[in-house]
Every structure is written in structure tokens, then in C-alpha cells.
Design a protein around this ligand. Structure first.
Ligand SMILES: Nc1ncnc2c1ncn2[C@@H]1O[C@H](COP(=O)(O)OP(=O)(O)OP(=O)(O)O)[C@@H](O)[C@H]1O
Length: 223
């Protein structure tokens, strides 16, 4: 899935200008990192892609569609094409690993056999197939994050977004999580990861978009 930002700005109702004149183009199947100081606008940029927020200026084209031209009714369809991973993985601790991963499919009304097949395939990809019946609470932080990733990919999204997905993890687990993203990218998924872990980003050798006070100040490879 292709993403294009053309001079995008976002001003919140509070008057806070979170993004300004942001332009970039992420090709179908590309992987990139988004970095910058706290408050630089990383989460806002991801929220615009997910249509949780709407831009105040400029144009966002995703999968050939101008997001401003999409009506409210279309938002759930748009979101289904995008998998999202958060730092605090937002798991339900009163449900099993299986049910946590199944959630997005159940919301879209898929039949139970299809759900079971997709959930197992997603758990297999993140190395948690043997733990489907566990309560997420019984799993380690790294494993919990992998449940979040399985849930993000269970719909087979063409685009995977992550907001500080390694925030609470040690360096080894963080590298494992990043490798997982890389594997999804290898099979054609477009991946955009917001992170402030510069040393980890440097080791991944992907494109890096750097935000500073809402503006892109660098766009390039990490040398
Ligand atoms: N809903 C909102 N209403 C008003 N201002 C907001 C809102 N969300 C974010 N902001 C402001 O917009 C700016 C960018 O915030 P954003 O969360 O996008 O940054 P970030 O780079 O993701 O930061 P962090 O790494 O701390 O999560 C900040 O000044 C923030 O306070």
C-alpha cells in the first residue's frame, strides 16, 4: 500500500500545530522509520493515516484514495486495510491470547472457522502458536507485544503501522520485534514504525523520516 503526504498540516482544536508542511512518499512494499523528539508529531502522523484525526492542510493519498474525499462511512473499510501496533499493546486481560488476536476479525463478522484459521496463522508468524489458550497476563512483555502484532496482522493488512512498539522492552527483545516487522515487510507489507530508539533504527538500515516540531527535517537512509 502506497502512502503520499503532500504539504500536510495538522492543527488541533487547542491551537497546537502538531504537523506542518509534511511531504513524503512511501512506496508500496517499503519499510521506513519515523523518529523525532517527544511531541514532534509522530503519533499525530500515524493517526492521520488511520483516519483517527483529519489533517487541517494538504493532501494524504493512501492506496490511491485522497483521504479527504472519503466519507465517514468508509472509515471502517479503510482501517481494515491497516494493521496497528501500540506500545502498550492494549490487550484484554480477561480473554485468552486466541481471543485477543481474533478480535478484529470478529468485529468484521468473519465466520468462526475462518477466524480460527487466520488467528493460528498470525500466532504462528509471531512464534506464539503454542500459547493460544493462555491469558496474556501469564506471558512476558515481549510475548505480549507479539500478541499485539499478531492482532495487527490477522486481517492481512497491506500496511502495518507501529507507534513505539519497543518502548518497554530490553534491547534484545526490541531487536526481535523489529525483525518481525522486517519479515512482514519482506512478504510485501508496507511498514512504518515510529520510534525514538535511534541505535536500534540505525542497525536496521531502512529509510528514516525525522520530525522536529512537526516538520520533516531529514528523510534518508541511516548511515
Ligand atoms: N488530541 C490532541 N489535542 C491537542 N494537542 C495534541 C493532541 N494530540 C497531540 N497534541 C499535541 O501535538 C503535538 C504532537 O504530538 P504527538 O503525540 O503527535 O507527538 P509524538 O512525536 O508522537 O510524541 P511522543 O513521542 O511523546 O508520543 C504535541 O505538542 C502534543 O501535545
Amino acid at each position: 500500500m502506497e502512502i503520499e503526504f503532500q504539504r500536510v498540516g495538522k492543527k488541533y482544536e487547542t491551537g497546537q500545530e502538531a504537523l506542518s508542511q509534511v511531504s513524503f512518499h512511501l512506496q508500496q512494499g517499503e519499510m521506513a522509520f519515523l523518529t523525532g523528539h517527544s511531541g514532534a508529531g509522530k503519533s499525530t502522523l500515524l493517526k492521520l493515516i488511520m483516519m483517527i484525526e483529519r489533517q487541517s492542510h494538504g493532501k494524504i493519498i493512501i492506496d490511491g484514495e485522497d483521504l479527504l474525499s472519503l466519507s465517514r462511512k468508509y472509515i471502517p473499510f479503510h482501517r481494515r486495510k491497516v494493521g496497528v501496533v501500540f506500545q502498550n499493546h492494549q490487550l484484554l486481560f480477561d480473554r485468552s491470547v486466541f481471543h485477543n488476536v481474533a478480535l478484529p476479525l470478529q468485529v468484521s463478522g468473519a465466520d468462526p472457522q475462518h477466524v480460527a484459521k487466520r488467528v493460528r496463522a498470525a500466532l504462528d508468524k509471531v512464534g506464539l502458536l503454542g500459547k493460544e489458550k493462555y491469558n496474556p497476563m501469564a506471558l512476558s512483555g515481549g510475548e505480549q507485544q507479539r500478541i499485539g502484532i499478531a492482532r495487527a496482522v490477522v486481517n492481512k493488512p497491506q500496511l502495518l503501522l507501529a507507534d513505539e512498539p519497543t518502548g518497554n522492552l530490553d534491547p534484545r527483545l526490541s531487536a526481535e520485534i523489529m525483525n518481525l516487522f522486517q519479515e512482514f515487510n519482506r512478504v510485501g507489507v508496507t511498514v512504518l514504525v515510529a520510534s525514538h530508539d535511534l541505535s536500534l533504527i540505525a542497525r536496521m538500515h531502512h529509510r528514516v523520516l525525522t520530525l522536529n516540531q512537526g516538520r520533516i527535517v531529514n528523510d534518508g537512509g541511516f548511515s
